[in-house]
Design a protein around this ligand. Structure first.
Ligand code: F6P
Length: 419
């Protein structure tokens, strides 16, 4: 009987809860035991310093207070071992509610309704300790202590790389723990191999070898709604708006939002403006639009946008150019984390559900010889690709951009790409 744990890591994204729910329910349906790891890899490193019983008894006074939050849903979110997931403050990132327990057994009911919740209910972190060998040794010990032999990681390329490093290092970690006498001979034998599968949670849609990452559709929808709101106020005043959207290395959100909302100009990292200075190119395009009677102007700037020489293009500067050179009354709107939080759209419930279920199948089929898989989606079909191939390709795109080889970067990001 496999003991499956699931964690979310890196920046949160809408749909992560649906992924956790699918992994938990899918595992139970396959006869596995299920666990969640709170606070990403940080939770793996911290492990459990209190027994479930002690933690549960400490919860008692708090539970009594829960009624004031007037929500059965929140009040009843409990893990399989009786400890409480959320205490109504809707934030347990300080670990108060679970008292020294980061790896927690969960049951079917614990994840009920999770697909409509935003962010990640089990917490996430960008763990620096897990990047050290000592941190990973602690993480291995904590997993073995709970008897866990399979892990699903939902996160971006950094988090998935961490997963692959952990798996590759696993036999050495187990050998070290055995030689230090921290685990028994039987434990070392039983835990000779760690099964790992990755799900891609990232609003930027920045992972190669998959068409869509978990959280990207919701973020895109959020941007489109924001542009719809800006549209009416911009029209009223005949103004220009410069919108900065997320996407550190990937312009998918900016580009797709531009297409979906009829923006006048879009700046993305993969395809910088052809001219230097780019200001001329932009002004010419906007003037053309204004010349045919357009009363409003929308320019979208991806967070990681730059010119052909890799000089950053900032929303404030774009605003100054529009105001000073074209005389447009211009405002800047930075959408920031409104793109990341909030309830997931339907696609960000469906996709992680199907992928979470496949992740469990992939875990059950894994052998020491098979690579760690990343569950993706291609042309509407759930796919499995070797995790490190996808990560390597994603990194090559970033590398090509940094070498100013934009065309090749775009090709690699999307092999179907045509100018
Ligand atoms: O997850 C990626 C991302 O959405 C980037 O587009 C953005 O730069 C980053 O997260 C911001 O993350 P944080 O505020 O958590 O550092």
């Amino acid at each position: 009987k496999l003991k499956v744990a699931v964690l979310t890591s890196g920046g949160d994204s809408a749909g992560m809860n649906a992924a956790v729910r699918a992994v938990v329910k899918g595992s139970i349906l396959q006869g596995c035991e299920t666990w969640i790891v709170r606070e990403g890899y940080e939770g793996l490193v911290r492990g459990n310093t209190e027994s479930a019983d002690t933690a549960a008894s400490r919860e008692a006074p708090q539970n009594a207070n829960l009624k004031v939050y007037d929500s059965d849903f929140i009040a009843n979110l409990r893990f399989g071992d009786g400890t409480l997931l959320r205490d109504g403050t809707a934030d347990f990132s300080d670990g108060r509610s679970l008292h020294g327990r980061y790896i927690v057994r969960v049951g079917w009911d614990d994840v009920r309704g999770w697909f409509s919740e935003g962010g990640t209910l089990i917490g996430t972190a960008r763990s620096t300790t897990f990047r050290t060998n000592e941190g990973r040794l602690k993480a291995a010990y904590n997993l073995i202590k709970e008897g866990i032999d399979a892990l699903v990681v939902c996160g971006g390329d950094g988090s998935l790389t961490g997963a692959d490093v952990f798996r590759a290092e696993w036999p050495t970690l187990v050998a070290t723990l055995r030689s230090e006498g921290r685990i028994s001979e039987e434990q070392a034998k039983y835990h000779g191999h760690l099964r790992i599968v990755g799900l891609v949670g990232s609003i930027d849609n920045d992972m190669s070898m998959t068409d869509m990452t978990i959280g990207a559709p919701t973020a895109l929808h959020r941007i489109c709604e924001a542009i719809d709101s800006i549209h009416s106020t911009a029209l009223s005043h005949s103004r220009a708006f410069v919108l900065e959207v997320m996407g550190r290395h990937c312009g998918w959100l900016a580009l797709l939002a531009g297409v979906s909302s009829g923006a006048d100009f879009v700046f993305i990292p993969e395809r910088p403006p052809q001219c230097i200075p780019w200001e001329d190119e932009m002004c010419e395009a906007i003037q053309r639009q204004r010349g045919v009677g357009k009363r409003k102007t929308i320019v979208i700037v991806a967070e990681g946008a730059h010119d052909k020489e890799l000089n950053p293009i900032r929303a404030d500067h774009v605003k100054d150019v529009l105001s000073e050179r074209l005389g447009l009354d211009t405002r800047v709107t930075t959408l920031g984390h409104t793109q990341r939080g909030g309830r997931p759209c339907a696609m960000d419930r469906l996709l992680p559900t199907l992928q979470g279920l496949d992740a469990v199948d992939a875990l059950l089929e894994a052998t020491p010889e098979t690579p760690s898989y990343m569950i993706g989606v291609r042309e509407n079909k759930i796919t499995r690709v070797p995790l490190m191939e996808a990560v390597a390709m994603t990194r090559s795109v970033a590398q090509l951009i940094s070498e100013k080889n934009f065309e090749k970067a775009m090709e690699l990001r999307d092999p179907e790409f045509k100018e």
